[in-house]
Design a protein around this ligand. Sequence first.
Ligand code: ARG
Length: 386
Amino acid sequence: MSEEDRSSPDMGNLPVEMERHAGPHQDGCPFGEGEGGLDHARRWDALTDSGFLCSGESPDLTVEEGAREAWRESVRCIGRLHWQSLQVVDARLVTSPDSVFEVCVKHLETATNGGRIVPTQTIFGRWENPGQEIRIWNHQLIRYAGYRHRDGVVLGDPMNVEFTELACDLGWRPPSAPGRFDLLPLVIQCGEQLVVRELPPAAVLEVELAHPEHEWFEKLGLKWYALPTLSDMLLATGRELYPCAPFNGWYMGTEIGARNLGDDSRYNLLPVIAERLGLDSKRSPLWKDRSLVVINEAVLYSFEREGIRMVDHHSASREFLKFCSREEQAGREVQAEWSWIVPPVSGSTTGVFHQTYQLQARLPNFLLQQEPWRTPRGRDLLERFT
Ligand code: ARG
């Protein structure tokens, strides 16, 4: 799997993936034993896949147990040592878009906890039928807008261009002077309703980035938010599906310092940093590597300075190995996707690089979900509300 795929799963091979599922589906066995496990790279859809993903024979867990075990089984997550500390907010009785919005804002506030981040999951109503479906259309509760200009140049986060355009179509008005770090509104679907709501800035903790040695770094005007809260995944407990169940942990520095700010398909800042460092790409083949280290130093330093919880990739790697040995003691075989577990910088200096992993995802789990605006029912809603 390429670096790219780590943040944007490939839609291209969907038909193949669906075919691979024909077998276990017909047997009614959601675990696909001996089949390579559940397809964790596929985008699932509650409407078409509930029969496959849910069975009365799966253990009857409380939602809290289901959510914690789903984290424990998340094959792409290096932070799983902490799975038992997940705090679950039971919002299964919430049905109106305005209350979904309020509960999400509350999630941001309590999980951020002034920087002492608490891993939290808020679980809205389970999947019953399209008429009662709840979805948050955002990838994360907090994300920055991406504006594509006519010449193809993007201001902001290129990863969010499509969503930004969608939000605008639904009536969102970007700030009068659009910037690189404009908070996107939430797009919330409750059955037949689709609403757009702006987050109160006070609920979003952000960190301005500075470097402990390079004074010029602060002047670049970079920042990132403190709380990564995935809001588009499907919680599948084995018995039930929860298409709207946003959850957060805390950041590992490289997610921001290497990927979000460094990838050339994202903020693409390595050339900018290299220039400030006086590195000549023709004469120093390692200009990207040196620039990466500088951005990652800035990210770790800035979060620490503000007292915001974050883990560096070396500590995260050690914690993951500890998780693996605890799982072994508990008689469970860890399932993991190597290319996601190994950090994007200094891979071979981390212990996780030198391991191999089984990759047979099982339930409970958090699964990728079909983007709501690509499902027939989502397209209908879009037509009605744009
Ligand atoms: N990689 C994503 C981002 O940079 C966040 C994914 C979840 N990360 C986490 N530490 N829980 O925004």
